[in-house]
Ligand binder design. Structure first.
Ligand code: AMP
Length: 285
């Protein structure tokens, strides 16, 4: 596995591959790799000739009161895991390489970034502006044929699909299913912040989603019934969510009923960790 730190090195490494007609897959990450990231790498490895993983803790998607400084970082461990998964190129730039002095451009997707995590009282649309700007840059840097994202960050995946469609970026976006621990907790780099007792409480999120799925399977499709079933589980675990909302999986407009592909998304602060999870009801994820 080759490690590159500059855009020029990355492009130099990829140019001959592209000329030879080899397909390129990109997996953007902020490191602190877990099985969720590894599933994306495996999917890329199966489908593409050349696999690039980016490792960059993007400062512009963290709010002033968020955990940028505390975010877990261990490049050596991440590089070893990436190499084990058959990654060809690790792109690990410094912040100044991505945001050189005078950097002045922001890419924003207007519609779906102002709700759920993007609501002004939460992370705000600036969070997604940070994501869409860095993802646009990574797609321009690597020019992959396919880029891989996780359904765990459902709103992020939707916003990135929107971005790529609106700006005609020539890449296929593939969204991979959420990887969970055996007890249901969605894997997240932020799970490292949880004490054993907090981890137990955090199970409330996935259990709320499973309760909502059971409600739908029993034929109760109204938002009120679905949300009540989910909320009962959150209450049992002592979790007061930042949000628990049912929205269209196509455009994040509010849903009164599970109708076609409907997103149930939840976010909650558990100890120091801000956790999110989601499921698609009434359709395929
Ligand atoms: P991050 O390093 O948190 O920015 O995540 C990098 C990519 O991994 C994003 O596309 C995430 O959606 C994805 N990801 C994170 N956690 C999971 C998970 N538990 N299952 C599947 N994908 C995930």
């Amino acid at each position: 596995m080759k490690i590159t730190r500059t855009v020029a090195e990355l492009r130099d490494a990829l140019a001959p591959e592209r000329r030879a007609g080899r397909s390129i897959g990109l997996v953007p990450t902020m490191g602190s790799l877990h099985e969720g990231h590894l599933a994306l790498l495996r999917r890329a490895r199966e489908a593409c000739d050349v696999v690039v993983m980016s490792l960059f803790v993007n400062p512009t998607q963290f709010g002033p009161s968020e955990d940028l400084d505390a975010y877990p970082r261990d490049e050596q461990r991440d590089a070893a895991l990436a190499e084990d998964e058959g990654v060809d190129l690790l792109f690990a730039p410094a912040a100044e390489e991505v945001y050189p002095p005078g950097f002045a451009t922001t890419v924003t997707v207007a519609g779906p970034t102002g709700v759920l995590d993007g609501a002004p009282e939460r992370r705000g649309p600036e969070h997604f502006a940070g994501v869409t700007t860095v993802v646009t840059k990574l797609l321009n840097m690597a020019s992959p044929d396919v880029a891989y994202f996780g359904q765990k960050d459902a709103q992020q995946a939707l916003v990135i699909r929107w971005l790529v469609r609106d700006l005609d970026i020539p890449v296929r976006i593939e969204v991979c299913p959420t990887v969970r621990d055996a007890d249901g907790l969605a894997l997240s780099s932020r799970n490292a912040y949880l004490s054993p007792a907090e981890r137990e409480r955090a199970l409330g999120l996935s259990r709320a989603l499973r309760a909502a799925e059971a409600e739908v399977a029993a034929g109760h499709l109204d938002a009120a019934a679905v949300l009540a079933a989910a909320r009962a589980q959150l209450d049992q675990h002592g979790i007061d969510p930042e949000y628990l909302e049912l929205r269209s999986a196509a455009d994040l407009s509010p849903a009164e009923r599970v109708n076609g592909s409907t997103l149930l998304a939840v976010a909650a602060q558990v100890g120091r960790a801000r956790l999110i999870d989601n499921t698609i009801l009434g359709g395929t994820s």
